[in-house]
Ligand binder design. Sequence first.
Ligand code: ACK
Length: 305
Amino acid sequence: SRSQGNLSSLPLYDVNDISAATNNFSPSNKLGEGGFGTVFMGELDGRNKIAVKRLGNFSTQGLDELKNEVILIAKLQHINLVSLLGCCIKGEELMLIYEYMENKSLDTIIFDKAKSSELNWQKRFEIIKGIARGVLYLHQDSRLRVIHRDLKASNVLLDKNMNPKISDFGLARIFGTDDAKSHTNRVVGTYGYMAPEYAMDGIFSVKSDVFSFGVLILEIISGKKNRRIFDTEPSSNLLSYAWTLWKDGKSLELLDTSISKNSFHTEEIMRCILVALLCVQDRPDDRPHMSAVVLMLNSPDAILP
Ligand code: ACK
């Protein structure tokens, strides 16, 4: 049963309809830890599979702030964002109910040799483009402008058709204008994906998400975790490095062997790498906006430097 709760338009579910709650969040149903809380597998009304995020104990003020954020996030609807189906409040506890994502997170696949071999280039490219559309939607929706702040492989979930959906908006911040920048003393996010101005000075903007997205592209293509990529070449030299590789035709060295065998897609792969390298530039102003990223990923004729 659901009712319109005080969380504005977000359906409010009865705790008795959520199996994960009625079986007292049994550890065997635990999917993992996400930003702000633990995620459990469950069913809604005994039928539909769901993921329930159980938020930790908050102070009354913390809970209020969180509710505000949830109200905003609930308005975001996009095929490349994990949908928030509703919530459930039990005393001081808040549970968020999400659609269930059969294929779990991207990092469980791309960094696993056996599993990643099933992910051919075409699928990887679709995943990259899907994530890009999701981030673009967050950045450019005219009612709400959201900066995710923690884009990474473990925050991209895959549905049963391997469509990517961005999750974990716990750290997201909402912005009014395109070029707004903000400063925080509490840098949250994941080292290795963080833009330098954010990691060092706490400055975040749409361009800090663009940086993380660039790292994500390189991971999806190479099957290597972010740190390794930056160990090989300093990021400021990466762009010229990619050009050299492209010109010399030995580009595929960087790549996961399972996709590099198929040279048929060389142009697309290199285009992706170039987009990624534009995204991970040190200066935020040098990085493209997501609208340009989506354009470059989709169009063979997009102008590159
Ligand atoms: O990689 P995973 O198994 O997939 O571990 C993480 C963990 O919970 C913490 O985020 C999983 N998870 C989160 N949301 C969902 C969801 N909607 N459907 C399925 N699994 C989820 C995620």
